[in-house]
Design a protein around this ligand. Structure first.
Ligand code: PEP
Ligand code: MN
Length: 339
């Protein structure tokens, strides 16, 4: 549905031309002739938005106002109840807050196994760890690749924790699916449409991270690509956006959490590690995220953050992670959830 607002003083000829165009496109036009101006409501099945700019350019048209959201499958209008994404016997989007934890990068077999046992002990639901890393510089550690995926799979065998790991390219989707329980789409790839199509087709659970300069609507439109393949196992992740502020790595857009929860049925995960960039801010941001309605967290944990090859500054030690878990449980209870 869309409304075309005609300019004050638009002519009968201009109005008729708009109506003719509406009919030609197979839609119905409803005319509302006011004293000053005329508005035309366009209704019918299909994506009339696609033609908004064309109508906008017609003589006598002041503006066009799409009534429905540009995203459809992701919208609460389409699916009112929360979508519950199964993860390790839990359902993400349900009452229990789920926590995915682990290092930024898988660095060695020992490192990932040690971290997996520690986060499991502290109550994590899933293990995170990057084997393919989207690094800003091509001259730094790029991840262990398939070797890293194998270590993650071994950690899952030992702990029972499902594995969340990033896939950076559509050609790599089959390989990463062989090892991962959840495919992470990183912030830098949120609008890699070939990749979004590929993970949609794969029918694998996806954690879709918000691009660092993407709007909430762009995040929902990216989710729409995955959903368009009938894959509804999609979790959205707020991981901070780029602003002028330099005392934190990114600016945690806490607003995005209630906004997303209102607009979409998909679960919302917060990443307080990338959102802040410093371990000492991770727990406060995690608590805020839960208070704001997040369904889960993804948190970086490293046995020796000072030796981490990536994101050490924002990584919690296992002890600090266990402390954070205790702290968030109290916030979860305060908002009628569990963790
Ligand atoms: C990560 O999770 O380690 C990562 C690279 O995150 P992002 O894509 O949000 O920067
Ligand atoms: Mn990281």
């Amino acid at each position: 549905m869309m409304i075309v607002v005609m300019k004050v003083g638009s002519t009968t000829k201009e109005i008729s031309a708009v109506i003719a165009r509406v009919k030609k496109l197979g839609y119905e036009a409803h005319l509302s002739d006011g004293e000053e101006r005329t508005i035309i409501g366009i209704v019918g099945d299909g994506n009339i938005r696609e033609y908004a700019e064309q109508f906008q350019m017609m003589d006598g048209v002041e503006r066009t106002m799409p009534v429905s959201h540009p995203y459809k499958l992701a919208s609460r209008d389409f699916h009112a109840a929360n979508t519950l994404v199964p993860l390790n016997g839990s359902k993400v989007g349900d009452r229990k807050i789920i926590v995915m934890a682990g290092p930024c990068s898988v660095e060695s077999r020992e490192q990932i196994l040690e971290t997996a046992h520690a986060v499991k002990e502290a109550g994590a639901t899933a293990l995170r760890g990057g084997a393919f890393k989207p690094r800003t510089s091509p001259y730094v550690f790029q991840g262990l690749g398939e070797e890293g995926l194998k270590y993650l799979a071994e950690a899952r065998e030992q702990t029972g924790l499902p594995v969340v790991t990033e896939v950076m390219d559509s050609s790599m989707v089959p390989l990463v699916c062989d090892y991962a329980d959840v495919l992470q789409i990183g912030a830098r790839n949120m609008q890699n449409y070939a990749l979004l199509h590929a993970v949609g087709k794969a029918q694998h659970t996806v954690l879709l991270k918000r691009g660092m300069s993407s709007t909430i609507e762009e995040l929902l439109m990216a989710a729409e690509y995955i959903l368009s393949h009938g894959n509804t196992r999609v979790m959205l992740c707020e991981r901070g956006i780029r602003t002028f502020e330099r005392y934190t790595r990114n600016t945690f857009d806490i607003n995005a959490i209630p906004v997303l929860k209102e607009r979409t049925h998909l679960p919302v995960i917060a990443d307080p590690s990338h959102a802040t960039g410093y371990w000492q801010y991770v727990e406060p941001a995690a608590k805020a995220a839960i208070a704001a309605g997040a369904d889960g967290l993804i948190v970086e944990v490293h046995p020796k953050p000072e030796e981490a090859v990536s994101d050490g500054m924002q990584s919690l030690t296992p002890k600090r992670f266990a402390d954070m878990m205790r702290a968030i449980r109290r916030v979860a209870e305060a908002v009628d959830r569990t963790a």
